[in-house]
Structure formats: structure tokens, C-alpha cells
Design a binder for this molecule. Structure first.
Ligand SMILES: Nc1ncnc2c1ncn2[C@@H]1O[C@H](COP(=O)(O)OP(=O)(O)OP(=O)(O)O)[C@@H](O)[C@H]1O
Length: 325
């Protein structure tokens, strides 16, 4: 059973604004799925339809096999949600927030366990949330989402407003939950956020899902270069020809003791390192990849944050491509 499935999911606001246009995608159980796109792409609107905070204009969605509109109560009892800009109550302590969620959800969680999972110190949990930093607020929001040991976590911009350390910590918490087998669906416009933790991504642009796939597959599909340079002891004659014949290798250049290999797929790099290492001593390795920025801009045509989507623009929007790993 799919964790999330949408069928022609569409949302219009008023006459002209098509915020989400005929969305069809599936998130499998156990997956960490990154839902990417620039500001205004339609990510939050999609999440709000999955949670029945917003009603679709057309189409439907299921979450954990339940209809997102007709069975939203059942869905809520099985999932954990970290909404964008989660509101906390200034006067309640972190612990009181957790007790409230545990009580509302009717679960038997120990607040101390939830605090530990998100790395919120017990002393901090006794202080009013009004004095929390953004990072602490997000941790508390995450701990609240984890109450009831949900099968699926839906996180809307979980790193929003966090500094680089806070973002890294948030990634670690997401990865730890995924390791426990929880399906994670999270939206982000911060590209670096998804690379370390996502099995698959979907890229939204102008209300449409323009592509889905693994980041590797998306890179390959666009034929964006990925290269590796090795500083070696000597360059044996046969090595260059061997490397050139290797599947996934596009070109090989030698400059003094440096061999640079351009690969169509990042997966070919490992073979290149093994092959060179077997033929000579390797002193240093530098690997360069297509940046996520490059990938993202190619798929979204460099659309600037904040652009709104109207029907006439959507006629020219890209068609979706499905890229398998
Ligand atoms: N309640 C609403 N009423 C009218 N328009 C809305 C409403 N909610 C969203 N929109 C519009 O729908 C479009 C998609 O917005 P949405 O918030 O879903 O994008 P997003 O990808 O989540 O962006 P962000 O990363 O900034 O949160 C935008 O043009 C937005 O202004």
C-alpha cells in the first residue's frame, strides 16, 4: 500500500490562480520523499489537501490508504505533522505542549523519550516556549509530531528559519526516524536539505510536478556532468584506454600526474577509483558533482521565488517526466 497517492489533485484559488494542477504521484511506505520547489510552487497547498485543511477543486488523494477528505480523522490518528511555521503557546512549557499532544492523541508516550529523540534538553522543556529559539521551536514541533509513533511524518519546510547547524540537526532527526522505518514526506526549497536524507524527490514548479526520481537518476536524465580527479603516482599507458571503455565514463584527460574522468552517472565514480587504485598509487581524489542548484534550476527553468501561477502561464509549463532509479 502506498503511503501517499494523489490522483489528478488540483486546487484553484478564485478564478485565475491554479495553485496545484493535476498532481499524480505516489510515496511508497518506508520512503523518505523530498517535495521540492521554489516559493509559491504549490507545496504547502498540496500538503494542506493531504491533511484536509484545504479542499481540492478536483481530484483526490489517499494517505495510508485512507481517503484524504472523507477519512481525515483516521489519517490524523496515524500520522505526525510538522506544519510550516508551527504555532506554539508562549506561556506553556515544552513539556506542557507534549503533554497536551499526548492527551489529545490519547497515546501513552513518555515526554522524556520524545524530548530525547529530538535532542531537546529536559531543563529546556521546563521553560516557557515563548523564550525558545527557532531551532528549539522546531525541535519541540517535531517532538509533538512524533507522539503516537506515527507511520508517516509530513513535514512542511522543517528547516525553515534554522541556521546551518540547526538544519544539520534537523536532517539527523529525520534520518533517525527514517531508520526506524517511518515514512517521511517533507517539503523544502532548500536543496541541500534533501540530498543527504531523501530516497526520492519530486520537483514542483508553477503548480505542477515537473519530475520525480532519485537525485542520481535526475542528474543522469539531464546528462549533467559529474567528474572525478585523481592525483596518482604514475599513469600506466593502458589505464586511460581501460577507463575510456568503462560504462558510464564519458571522457578521460591526463594532465601530468592528474587523471580527470567525466562520468555520466555518479555511480561510475566508484568503479573509476577502484580501477585506478588497482593500476597505480592514488595520492588524492577530488570529486565534483552537479550542484543541486544546477539541477533544480534546470528543472524549474530558474523561476524566481514569489512568482505566482496563472492559467495562461501553465499552458507553457513543462510536462512531467518520470525518472526511475
Ligand atoms: N489560501 C490561499 N488563498 C489564495 N491563494 C493562495 C492560498 N494559499 C496559497 N495560495 C497561493 O497558491 C500558490 C501556491 O502557494 P503554496 O503556499 O502552496 O506554495 P509553496 O510551494 O508551499 O511555497 P512556500 O515555499 O513559499 O511555502 C501561491 O501563488 C500562493 O500565493
Amino acid at each position: 500500500m502506498a503511503a501517499i497517492q494523489t490522483n489528478g489533485l488540483t486546487k484553484r484559488f478564485g478564478e485565475d490562480l491554479l495553485a496545484v494542477d493535476s498532481l499524480d504521484f505516489t510515496v511508497e511506505e518506508g520512503e523518505v520523499f523530498g517535495f521540492l520547489g521554489p516559493n509559491g510552487a504549490g507545496k504547502s497547498t498540496t500538503i494542506n489537501m493531504l491533511l484536509d485543511f484545504v479542499r481540492p477543486s478536483e481530484g483526490s488523494a489517499t494517505v495510508l490508504g485512507y481517503d484524504a477528505q472523507r477519512e481525515s480523522e483516521t489519517i490524523r490518528s496515524h500520522i505526525g505533522v510538522l506544519p510550516e511555521g508551527a504555532t506554539l503557546y508562549d506561556r506553556l512549557t515544552g513539556r506542557e505542549h507534549l503533554e497536551w499532544v499526548i492527551d489529545t492523541k490519547g497515546t501513552d508516550d513518555d515526554p522524556a523519550d520524545l524530548l530525547e529523540k529530538v535532542g531537546l534538553e529536559p531543563e529546556a522543556a521546563e521553560r516557557s516556549a515563548g523564550g525558545y529559539s527557532k531551532g528549539m521551536q522546531q525541535r519541540l514541533g517535531f517532538a509533538m509530531a512524533l507522539a503516537g509513533d506515527p507511520d508517516l511524518l509530513i513535514l512542511d519546510e522543517p528547516s525553515s528559519g534554522l541556521d546551518p547547524t540547526g538544519m544539520q540537526e534537523m536532517r539527523d532527526i529525520i534520518a533517525a526516524e527514517a531508520d526506524r522505518g517511518t515514512t517521511v514526506f517533507f517539503s523544502s526549497h532548500i536543496l541541500g536539505e534533501v540530498e543527504a536524507v531523501c530516497d526520492r524527490v519530486g520537483i514542483m514548479n508553477a503548480g505542477r510536478l515537473v519530475t520525480t526520481g532519485t537525485l542520481d537518476a535526475l542528474r543522469e536524465n539531464l546528462s549533467l556532468d559529474s567528474s572525478i580527479s585523481l592525483d596518482v603516482e604514475t599513469v600506466p599507458d593502458a589505464l586511460v584506454a581501460d577507463l575510456e571503455n568503462h560504462e558510464g565514463v564519458e571522457s578521460v584527460t591526463v594532465d601530468g600526474s592528474t587523471i580527470t574522468v567525466s562520468c555520466a552517472a555518479t555511480s561510475a565514480k566508484y568503479d573509476v577509483v577502484t580501477q585506478v587504485g588497482a593500476a597505480t598509487s592514488v595520492h588524492d581524489i577530488v570529486s565534483e558533482d552537479t550542484s543541486l542548484e544546477q539541477l533544480f534550476n534546470t528543472y524549474t527553468n530558474g523561476q524566481q521565488p514569489g512568482e505566482t501561477v496563472v492559467d495562461s502561464e501553465l499552458d507553457e509549463a513543462e510536462t512531467e517526466t518520470e525518472v526511475s532509479a
